[in-house]
Write a protein that binds this ligand. Sequence first.
Ligand code: HEC
Length: 168
Amino acid sequence: MRLKLFFMVLVAGICVLTGCPAQENTTKEETETAAKETPDFEQMAIDLWNEEFSHFGYWELIPGTAKHQESKGNPHGHYGSIYGNDITMDAINQQFEVMPDGAILLRENFNEEMEQLKITVMRKTEEKWFWAVYDFDGSVQTAGDLRKCQECHRQAEYDSLFVLSNME
Ligand code: HEC
């Protein structure tokens, strides 16, 4: 019995001397740092919705487009309405060469029966587009640095934006 107790104390003593608890802390800190470095795209998309679209007043339609405009063969849906926020509108009016940070474009997508499909969003952040797809009720479908969106959109002449490029 006594011998067993002695060993337990010995193990605990070695642990304290060699810094077992310290080691545990390091691992925890490392995990937390790693988590911070990966941006939480879903949370960013939720915040974007809450800050910008939750009221659904929406902004103005992009100049030269119409509400529920027909766009055959569009991957997003047969009919669509494309809106921009104030920063986008200013940049269009002032003929900026690229969209500045904070610019947001949003396309409401409908199928041929005019049923709601998805809401696709692009927002300029740190000179890059952040992409997001929502249901009409605001739930996030996917968001982030989405390669699929980028690869198609980069064919658009003006800053990956089809609506502002003169494409046939
Ligand atoms: C295969 C090509 C393709 C892919 C993939 C694609 N798009 Fe588009 N997108 C288009 C086209 C074409 C338009 C123009 C639609 C119109 O004229 O109504 C467009 C329009 C938009 C618009 C309105 C601004 C603009 O460029 O005209 C937004 C916002 C948008 N897409 C977001 C997205 C997001 C987010 C994704 C990825 C989840 C995505 N798109 C994937 C082709 C694509």
